[in-house]
Design a protein around this ligand. Structure first.
Ligand SMILES: [Zn+2]
Length: 264
């Protein structure tokens, strides 16, 4: 499942100012909102992906391309997304190398050691910022609140960890874990976050100025060379309700599209 809308791209007339660095560019290159390798990951074979929306009518649809792209920044800024995308791809490839700690019967914590936490944080911030800039359908609900400037400033600077931008990461280890979800607002424990769902993981980027307290604070990304994540080993209630809403809106169309895509 992937939110994908490969529509005609915006053309620039006589140069346009890059929303990230402010420089004028003759043309903006294509940027993926989530990197293309991630679309290939969940495609797994040469068949189509099925995209559906849990709140709008324009999906479901069968999708043959690897993700959403748009012309959103200048060539230099597009290039600056590369290192974090590349690092996260390598991190993803070794994603099964972690320790599991059974805190209680229901609670499992995964620890990933020897990782570049700054690049992992940056990866989620680049995806979120790209999602913020695009006008593609499916990204209307991206709202960075007071964090538009802090995130842009972080991405404009050198690759390093940003302690002032809070990111909480979860490992998704259940049967609906192999999906890509557009960023959207969630409220947890009284804080606003933008939630990004990617295959095997979820990240919450705090877009709320209140300092993070409570249980989620234990799982904040920190610049310590390792990442501690709560393992979501069964789908959350929110995920079930999202799937339920999609089915309410689209009903049998999901099954029809899926049959076209997968022949079953
Ligand atoms: Zn730029």
């Amino acid at each position: 499942m992937l939110a994908v809308c490969p529509l005609a791209t915006r053309t620039l007339s006589g140069g346009e100012s890059c929303p990230m660095c402010g420089e004028t560019a003759e043309a903006f290159p294509q940027s993926h909102i989530y990197p293309a390798w991630m679309g290939r990951l969940i495609q797994q074979d040469d068949k189509a992906l099925v995209a559906f929306s849990s709140n709008r009518q324009y999906l479901p649809k069968m999708v043959m391309t690897h993700g959403v792209f748009d012309r959103i920044v200048c060539p230099a800024c597009e290039k600056s997304f590369g290192p974090a995308d590349a690092y996260f791809s390598r991190f993803w490839a070794r994603k099964d190398r972690f320790e599991t700690h059974h805190v209680s019967e229901d609670v499992r914590v995964n620890i990933f050691r020897e990782v570049e936490v700054g690049l992992i944080q940056r990866f989620f911030l680049t995806c979120l910022y790209r999602a913020h800039l695009t006008q593609r359908p499916g990204y209307e609900y991206v709202n960075l609140g007071p964090y538009v400037k802090p995130i842009r400033d972080a991405l404009e600077g050198p690759c390093r960890f940003f302690p002032d931008i809070d990111v909480v990461m979860f490992r998704e280890a259940h049967k609906f874990a192999n999906i890509i979800g557009s960023p959207h607002l969630v409220r947890l424990e009284g804080f606003r976050f933008q939630a990004l769902t990617i295959p095997g993981f979820k990240a919450l980027v705090k877009v709320d100025k209140k300092p993070l307290t409570g249980g989620l604070a234990y799982f904040l990304l920190q610049d310590v060379g390792s990442v501690v994540m709560l393992e979501m080993w069964r789908p959350t209630d929110a995920m079930w309700s999202t799937l339920g809403k999609a089915h309410e809106i689209h009903g049998d169309r999901i099954a029809q599209v899926s049959k076209l895509a997968f022949g079953r």
